[in-house]
Design a binder for this molecule. Structure first.
Ligand code: MN
Length: 234
């Protein structure tokens, strides 16, 4: 006898694959905190003293296929964070740094949208970051580009413009924990599986956006991700 679902099943969450009709299914979204020294400093922290740390967003926080984001509830300080996103294609745990890139299926440009006021209040009280980081529509992401097409991304510009004005500009090579080290560290604590996404942290220059603003996020080697901020959902 087949069991019936007592409420409708949630829709699978998928991200488009560049240049193909195929889609990448999302399992989890891991995010690295403070992975660029200048951003750690602008958050009031010393970048040299801390090992990497992570937080998660729900899979269904992704926003894809050219959709825009609504200004979220509960905040008066809604921030952009441009990030390189790693898409995991091979399972593994306790992965050695030298073996880590073999677990990468592809790369994308992402935005770790943040309710900064809620995140900082939680941080300063020693509380979880979920309300500041893991809300609806908090993970816009562009199409995933397969490693088989573009190779690996380790150097090159990462930028974010708002309404045509540069807000964030750095180089991927400035990451404190590079992609192999990040995968190796994370996989000591979680079993990574195909479908996991890793947001690899943002450079300095994070700032607020408001309804009407247009964000343009770029990583060298990938097409721009353009996302507008819409008025709040009523
Ligand atoms: Mn971030």
């Amino acid at each position: 006898m087949t069991a019936a679902l007592v409420v409708p099943a949630p829709a699978p969450v998928t991200v488009p694959v560049a240049g193909r009709a195929d889609r990448f299914p999302v399992h989890r979204i891991y995010c690295v905190g403070r992975n660029y020294a200048a951003h750690a400093r602008e958050m009031g922290k010393d970048p040299d003293k801390e090992p990497p740390f992570f937080f998660l967003k729900p899979a269904d926080a992704v926003v894809t296929d050219g959709r825009d984001v609504h200004y979220p509830p509960g905040t008066a300080n809604y921030h952009h964070e441009v990030e390189l996103v790693v898409a995991i294609g091979r399972a593994g745990h306790d992965i050695a740094p030298e073996a880590a890139l073999a677990h990468v299926w592809g790369y994308a440009v992402g935005l770790d949208m943040t309710r900064r006021d809620l995140q900082l209040a939680a941080r300063d009280l020693g509380r979880p970051w979920d309300f500041g980081k893991g809300f609806d529509e908090s993970a816009p992401i562009g199409p995933i580009h397969p490693v088989s097409d573009i190779g690996h991304l380790a150097i090159g510009a990462i930028t974010l413009e708002v309404n045509g004005a540069m807000r964030q500009m750095a180089d991927l090579a400035e990451m404190i924990w590079n992609v192999p080290d990040t995968i190796a560290y994370l996989s000591r604590y979680y079993r990574l599986v195909p479908g996991d996404l890793i947001f690899t942290g943002t450079p300095a220059g994070v700032a607020a956006v408001i309804p009407g603003d247009a964000m343009r996020a770029m990583v060298t080697g990938l097409p721009a991700l353009e996302v507008k901020v819409l008025p709040p959902l009523s």
